[in-house]
Design a protein around this ligand. Structure first.
Ligand code: NAD
Length: 476
């Protein structure tokens, strides 16, 4: 059985903890027990990390594609070797079922291997010029990156935040969520053990607002990469303007799912129920607003309720569990508030609507239907295990509802009408659109949103290019 590891920061390759530093407790969300005490950075720690990141950039910008590929592939291999141990730590910290944690880790493996190939394709172009002149357009690494990763994908978020800058030739200071530090440290350790120079990637933890103000307040940092809520994202984007840092912002969503009368309802249900309760709904691309055409509404709603009741809620380390607890006490509180408000405004409760058990942060897989637009949950990202199922008459109304909110991250559509599929692909305002599929990501595909869901992409060639800048060189 894996012990929960001791906690530290990694600054200049050294494990940093103790001293007079403040600490914060890491809690197992399935039991409420304290797993460990996390040291929090003080100003001197952050200054040291910045100084090291500057020297790390000087080293890594000169690295060859072969060196970058060797580190990324080596780290991917170590993640596979250590998969059970690492996934177990993620489940202890975040609560998700062990199998989900392992799948998340394998997504990092796929991404690092993809980036290991991509590092050979970061070339620019040479312009047509008369003999004796030469003009080239080059991609260069942007510089030291400050990366902030949330708790919901404790392995995948740090993987994205570390992999892209390293592929691009940048250095990176990662502040992953204080709720799930050991998972992030495990990913960074794989990179360091695979030969990444110790100055290139570091991990700090702290009081989030202190750390982000300190790092973004330094001109050493050339790029901000943030995943989290829109409200925090806007705050950080404002901080980044002071030093004109480039930004990649992966923010909130409120995933619409359009189910038309001509859809394969059984297939839509199988995908939607699985997608909804993955990681207890704490997923930025979670399917949330089910916008269902009238003829299939009752069948879809009742099928969803039946599916929700079959979800096995429990400790993520129990192999029978298909949905773990919510990751922290803020989430069941939010569920209670949002579902309570919807029901008070006339929504119907189909399943769940309650906390479960007397320890940890469990909330029942829930379905609410016929939810009025003035309910807070129709606007606020619920980030939890609740499906909102509402009936609509026409395609026009359904598209209008999908586009009503300021969010535009992932949207899903179920229809067998080919012409309608094309209209939806064109008209839905989202960074990622699924048509008869809930698989909207991949190592080779850009992941990101539009409108208040943010800007920039992670994954794909775009994820690496987001850590690079262009330079045009004209030689006479
Ligand atoms: P939150 O908005 O306070 O925090 C979200 C993340 O941002 C956390 O990882 C947190 O550590 C970090 N953060 C907060 N303030 C920060 C700051 N000033 N500087 C740097 N990082 C900061 O709230 P929360 O309770 O952790 O999560 C609530 C909401 O956040 C959810 O309802 C959801 O909408 C959103 N969220 C989104 C994602 C995502 O993948 N897009 C992930 C986690 C949370």
């Amino acid at each position: 059985m894996t012990q929960y590891p001791s906690l530290h920061m990694i600054i200049d390759g050294t494990r940093v903890s103790g001293g007079n530093r403040r600490t914060s407790a890491v809690i197992n969300p399935a039991t409420g027990e304290t797993l460990g005490e996390l040291p929090l950075a003080d100003a001197a720690d952050l200054d040291r990390a910045l100084e090291v990141a500057q020297s790390g950039f000087a080293i890594w910008r000169k690295s060859t594609p072969q060196e970058r590929a060797a580190v990324l592939q080596g780290a991917a291999r170590l993640m596979v070797e250590r998969a059970d141990e690492i996934a177990r730590v993620a489940t202890l910290e975040e609560g998700k079922p062990f199998a989900e944690a392992k799948m998340e880790l394998m997504m990092n493996v796929g991404l690092f291997n993809f980036y290991a190939g991509e590092v050979f394709r970061l070339y620019g172009r040479e312009l047509v010029r008369p003999e004796g002149q030469r003009s080239t357009v080059r991609w260069e690494p942007v510089g030291p990156v400050a990366a902030f990763a949330p708790w919901n994908f404790p392995l995948g978020n740090p993987g994205r935040k570390l992999g892209a800058p390293i592929a691009a030739g940048c250095s990176v200071i990662l502040k992953s969520a204080e709720e799930t530090p050991a998972s992030a440290l495990a990913i960074l350790q794989c990179l360091l053990d695979a030969g990444l120079p110790k100055e290139v990637a570091q991990a700090v933890f702290g009081v989030p607002d202190e750390v982000s103000r300190h790092l973004l307040g330094s001109p050493i940092i050339r790029k901000l990469s943030f995943t989290g809520s829109t409200v925090v994202g806007k705050h950080l984007a404002r901080l980044a303007t002071e030093n004109m840092q480039r930004t990649t912002m992966e923010l909130g969503g409120h995933g619409p799912v359009l189910v038309f009368n001509d859809a394969d309802v059984d297939k839509a249900l199988a995908n939607a129920v699985g997608g909804k309760y993955r990681n207890a709904g704490q997923v930025c691309v979670s399917p949330t607003r089910f916008i269902v055409q009238e003829d299939v509404f009752e069948r879809f709603r009742d099928g969803f309720i039946e599916g929700a009741r079959k979800v096995v809620v429990g400790n993520g380390l129990d192999p029978a569990t298909t949905m773990g607890p919510m990751a922290n006490p803020r989430r069941p509180d939010a569920m209670e508030r949002l579902i309570g408000d919807a029901l008070a405004k006339g929504a119907k409760l189909g399943a769940g609507g309650t906390r479960l058990g007397n320890q940890g942060y469990f909330y029942a897989p829930s379905v609410i239907s016929e939810v009025p637009l003035d309910a807070a949950i129709m606007t606020e990202e619920p980030f939890g295990p609740v499906a909102i199922v509402n009936p609509y008459a026409t395609e026009e109304q359904m598209i209008a509802e999908a586009n009503r909110l300021p969010y535009g991250l992932a949207a899903y559509n179920w229809t067998n009408d080919a012409a309608r599929q094309r209209r939806l692909a064109a008209q839905i305002e989202a960074g990622m659109v699924g048509i008869n599929s809930h698989m909207i990501g991949g190592a080779d595909a850009p992941f990101g949103g539009v409108k208040w869901s943010g800007h920039g992409s992670e994954d794909g060639p775009e994820g690496v290019k987001a850590c690079m800048v262009l330079k045009a060189v004209h030689e006479g």
